[in-house]
Ligand binder design. Structure first.
Ligand SMILES: [Zn+2]
Ligand SMILES: [Zn+2]
Length: 169
C-alpha cells in the first residue's frame, strides 16, 4: 500500500509551536500588548503562559493599568503593571507542576524583557524563538552573554489569527 502523501501545507515545527504561542497570547488581559510563551522540549509542549494579573486578582482590563494611565513608554516601569509576563507565567507553571525545563526552548510572541531574560537564563532555557522585538537593550546583552540562542521568526502565515474581529472591552 502506498504511503499517504504528506500534505504540502503541513507546518514546520517552528511554525506549529509559534502558531500555538499566538493562540496562547490571545488569552492575555494586558491593555498594552498581548504576549504568549510556550516552553518546548523534544518537540513537546511543557508549559504555556500569557501576560496577565496573578491568579485570582483583578486584571488590568478590569481595573485599569497604571502604566497606561501614566503613558509610560513601552519597555519601561513594568513593575507598575499588575500583570506578570507570559515567559514568567510559563516558567512558574513549570514550578507548579514540577516540570523540568532545563535545556528547553521558549517560543514567545515578543522578545523578552530584562526580568524575563534573567529568569529564562536561570531556568536553564537554551533557546528563544520570538517574533517581535522589544525595546530592551540590557535584555539582549544579558542573553548574549549567557549564550542563549536567539532566533527571530518572521510572523508565520498564521492560520488562526487574521479574520476574526478583536473583542473590544
Ligand atoms: Zn497593566
Ligand atoms: Zn517580561
Amino acid at each position: 500500500m502506498a504511503k499517504p502523501k504528506k500534505p504540502d501545507n503541513r507546518p514546520s515545527w517552528d511554525d506549529y509551536f509559534m502558531e500555538i504561542t499566538e493562540l496562547v497570547s490571545r488569552r492575555s488581559t494586558c491593555l498594552r500588548r498581548q504576549v504568549g510563551a510556550v516552553i518546548v522540549k523534544g518537540k513537546r509542549i511543557l508549559t504555556t503562559g500569557y501576560n496577565g494579573a496573578p491568579s485570582g486578582l483583578k486584571h488590568c482590563s478590569e481595573v485599569g493599568c497604571l502604566r497606561e494611565k501614566l503613558n509610560i513608554p513601552s519597555g519601561e516601569r513594568q513593575e507598575l503593571c499588575r500583570a506578570s509576563h507570559a515567559e514568567q507565567n510559563a516558567i512558574i507553571q513549570a514550578a507548579q507542576h514540577g516540570v523540568r525545563i532545563n535545556e528547553a526552548t521558549i517560543y514567545s510572541t515578543h522578545f523578552p524583557c530584562v526580568t524575563c531574560a534573567k529568569m529564562i537564563i536561570n531556568a536553564g532555557i537554551k533557546k528563544i524563538i520570538y517574533q517581535q522585538g522589544y525595546p530592551d537593550q540590557l535584555s539582549k546583552e544579558l542573553l548574549q552573554e549567557a549564550r542563549i540562542e536567539l532566533i527571530k521568526m518572521t510572523p508565520a502565515k498564521l492560520t488562526l489569527a487574521a479574520d476574526e474581529p478583536k473583542e473590544s472591552g
